[in-house]
Design a binder for this molecule. Sequence first.
Ligand code: GUN
Ligand code: ZN
Length: 409
Amino acid sequence: MQQAFRASIFHCLSDPGPRADKGAVEHFHDGLLVVEDGRITQVGAADQLLPALPDGVRLEDYSGKLIVPGLIDCHVHFSQVDIIASYGEQLLDWLNRYAYPAEMNFSDEEHARSVADFFLDELLANGTTTAAVFATVYPQSVDALFTAAEDRNMRLIAGKVLMDQHCPDELRDDPESAYDDSKALIEKWHGKGRLGYAITPRFALTSSEEQLAAAGRLAKEYPDTWIHTHLAENQQEVDQIAEQFPWSRSYLDVYDHFGLLRERAMYAHCLHLDDTDRSIMATKGAAGAFCPTSNLFLGSGLFDLDAMTDAGVRVGLATDVGGGTSMSMLRTMSEGYKILHLQGQSLPASRAFYLATLGAAEALYLDEHIGNFVPGKEADFIVLDAAGSAMSARVAQNRPRRSMSCYLR
Ligand code: GUN
Ligand code: ZN
């Protein structure tokens, strides 16, 4: 079935950052998006495409609103929605005081199911149609999340958290069960519809060397699965990693040593890296998740986007709820702008959208499916209504070239 959607349309064809090509973004003030059987067939100016539209195509008119690709959250914890804004601590104390107790509740499958429904509905309400999600150590929490995503036909990458040390007993697995449970979940869910599996060691502090090696074995056996973990978020964490792995050159080197640094690896935070780390990440095709609200809330540090871009590292934007304080990628873009501003860097609205659409899709190796409106990709898009925001008066003044910033609430 063919459908067409009329609205203002914006998408990225490449990175509109410092080394941008001229045609990095496309904005059709009065545009048309044509879709057939769930895939994009055409995008362009309405006055050019409408006359050639075959009879019988269903036309939906969203004039005055903005169509953009579905937003992509590169790193978020579904078990932490209930602890957003649990304040007063930096990372390691925050985990012990808030995150771990909340995650213990997810051994109860009914609880996991009800939070999964709420979490995915919140993502969709915020325009996020794709996410890379930490479940918990309990396999049933992964089943609950994937089942809920499948019901909504959402694109979701998720996995069972692996942690066998330096955490409460209730949340502890072991190298063997971590391997066996992850393998069973990969076989059950990876590649089913729009779902993908991520091997998910929480971070190097909470896994023994045996467990990291088991995760690395899985990563080799299933090269098209993702690897999802945290990297160099907090200085105290980085110092403990250096003590725990005295042979390592850096935190990144620990993941590399155990076979957890490869394409489709998504590392949340990447705040305390050096140029060598960034260059190795770029060469190996790993990606960093920029988590502005979390980095501010937990006082972790300031993400250096220029250094990542100069090194050629793939970067996507992420909420990191519940360290992060908002499920909204629009709010996350806005906080990212401020973090970069504090460092003398800039984040134009077009690039903020890139980091939450095509850039995030490239970081997650999903850009053959989603991220922009190139014909053949999935018709995964959202309609933004600026009338819902306090900035609507500025949009109503009809200053189309500047009005993109109005959507960054
Ligand atoms: N590092 C290890 N676990 C976590 C977590 O749950 N949240 C954040 N922000 N960092 C982590
Ligand atoms: Zn996180």
